[in-house]
Design a protein around this ligand. Structure first.
Ligand code: UD1
Ligand code: CA
Length: 455
């Protein structure tokens, strides 16, 4: 079976009350349309055709990719009209229709649906709902076979009582499509060309309509407003949380946990409340993440500990290393095993060798720090002269006193010590002590100034 997928994404989404086209609104950090495209790709179709209209330029710009064919639907004359726009590009023998604002559809559900399609059979995804108001209703004959879909606005009272609704998602043999598309009319309550009318046509042509249902109705839930968007977001997050728990992660509260990207986890990982994982995050066994941490595009090796309110972006934390509370590791931060970064420490493009420590109130930018080196509280690298960035290099077992300014480029060699309060501008040789601060002088009998009396 060869497959073409058509994704309808031309609608306006007035109820979002937004300048952003509806399908670009994010769920879990990716646009709704992005999620649908991601699922579509997993089916390995020969073509993905995205029908765009409202905000077409922005949608195309944001999602452009070599494997996507964008088709412009100038006027939104209905779902049937939308599919018809993609027709000239269809070459496969099966066509699957998806929706850019229905982001949580599972690949497994679509595979079940596609298994139903043949040249004599359509696959239609339906959902049984307590309140199917607004949905097209699935009309079945005495033998229980689907004969038609009737839109809510066109339905009789008896038809409105049907609880089985149309999700809109369907898979059809492509050979029939151009004939059916040509026969669509807009003679209905909404004056639109309904895709749903192909069902009755298919039945009249002697095809069978086979139905499937999603395991979870949220898979076929669209987002028409921001409330529904938030419901999809929570549902996605709970699903993701359950997936991680099944792999051996303890989530202190799955309702206060967010993934906005791709996460891989080991076993016996502990994640406290209000943690956000973004981009590509790799978490190995025994990692502990405290509350209120944001971790983006980072790797946490076995047993790493991240304490409360810590922010990681593009960082690697080695085995048994720890950071925080209130630490910030910016892109290019690498902690080797057992390295330690404490509170109010910021790292950028900084390498800390095994067991190196920066415990308090420190900025290390463009720095290479040897194993076991200890950086005193309040120390900063002066890595930027307003135009260029320079590197600070420290050997192993260096001891940097508190409140140093390390003016890069500068090197402090193995085993060297710098005195508290030093401004280091020159290389310090191995084992030396550098004292680079004004000598203290005491003035005895000093009189403090007194306030001048105003007359
Ligand atoms: C459609 C179905 C209905 C189903 C419901 C599920 C039809 C006629 N009806 O109704 O049976 O129960 O979905 O939500 O298909 N779109 C375009 N171009 C258009 C019109 C729509 O791209 O010209 C896109 C919209 O952006 C949207 C989707 O198609 O993503 C569905 O369109 P909408 O008008 O919301 O259809 P419904 O009335 O909800
Ligand atoms: Ca709709």
């Amino acid at each position: 079976m060869s497959l073409d997928i058509v994704i309808l994404a031309a609608g306006q989404g007035t109820r979002m009350r937004s300048a952003l086209p509806k399908v670009l609104h994010p769920v879990a950090g990716n646009s709704m349309l992005g999620h649908v495209i991601h699922s579509a790709r997993q089916l390995q179709p020969q073509g993905i055709h995205v029908v765009i209209g409202h905000g077409a330029e922005l949608v195309r710009e944001r999602l452009a990719a070599d494997d996507l064919n964008f088709v412009l639907q100038d006027k939104q004359l209905g779902t049937g009209h939308a599919v018809a726009q993609a027709l000239p590009a269809i070459t496969a023998d099966t066509v699957l229709v998806l929706y850019g604002d229905v982001p949580l559809i599972e690949v497994e559900t679509l595979q079940r649906l596609l298994a139903k399609v043949s040249d004599k059979q359509l696959g239609l995804l339906t959902v049984t709902l307590q309140d199917p108001t607004g949905y097209g209703r699935i009309v079945r004959n005495g033998e229980g076979q689907v004969t038609a879909i009737v839109e809510h606005k066109d339905a009789s009272e008896a038809q409105k009582a049907i609880k089985e609704g149309n999700t809109g998602i369907l898979a059809m043999p492509a050979a029939r499509l151009s004939d059916w598309m040509g026969r669509l009319s807009n003679n209905n309550a909404q004056g639109e060309y309904y895709l749903t009318d192909v069902i009755a046509m298919a039945v009249a042509d002697g095809l069978v309509v086979a139905t499937e249902q999603p395991h979870d109705p949220m898979e076929v839930q669209g987002a028409n407003d921001r409330r529904q968007l938030s419901e999809l977001e929570r549902h996605y997050q709970l699903r993701e949380g359950r997936r991680l728990m099944a792999q051996g992660v303890t989530l202190r509260d799955p309702a206060r946990f967010d993934v906005r990207g791709e996460v891989t986890v080991g076993r016996d990982v502990l994640i406290d409340i209000n943690v956000i994982l973004e981009g590509k995050v790799v978490i190995e066994d025994d990692v502990q993440i405290g509350p209120n941490c944001v971790i983006k595009d980072s790797t946490l090796r076995k047993g790493a500990i991240i304490k409360a309110n810590t922010h990681l972006d593009g960082a690697v934390m080695g085995e048994g290393s720890d950071a925080g509370p209130f630490a910030r590791l910016r892109p290019g931060s690498v902690l080797e095993a057992k390295a330690h970064v404490g509170n109010f420490v910021e790292l950028k493009n900084a390498y800390l060798g095994e067991g190196a420590k920066a415990g308090h109130l420190t900025y290390l930018g463009d720095a290479e720090i040897g194993a076991r080196t200890n950086i005193g509280a309040g120390t900063i690298t002066c890595n930027y002269d307003g135009a260029n960035k320079f590197k600070t290099v420290m050997g192993e077992d260096v001891f940097i006193g508190s409140n140093n300014s390390l003016v890069a480029p500068v090197e402090i060699k193995a085993g060297a010590t710098t005195a508290a309060g030093s401004t280091i501008t020159q290389a310090v040789e191995a084992g030396d002590l550098a004292v680079a601060r004004a000598r203290q002088r005491n003035i005895s009998g000093w009189k403090r100034p007194e306030k001048i009396k105003k007359s």
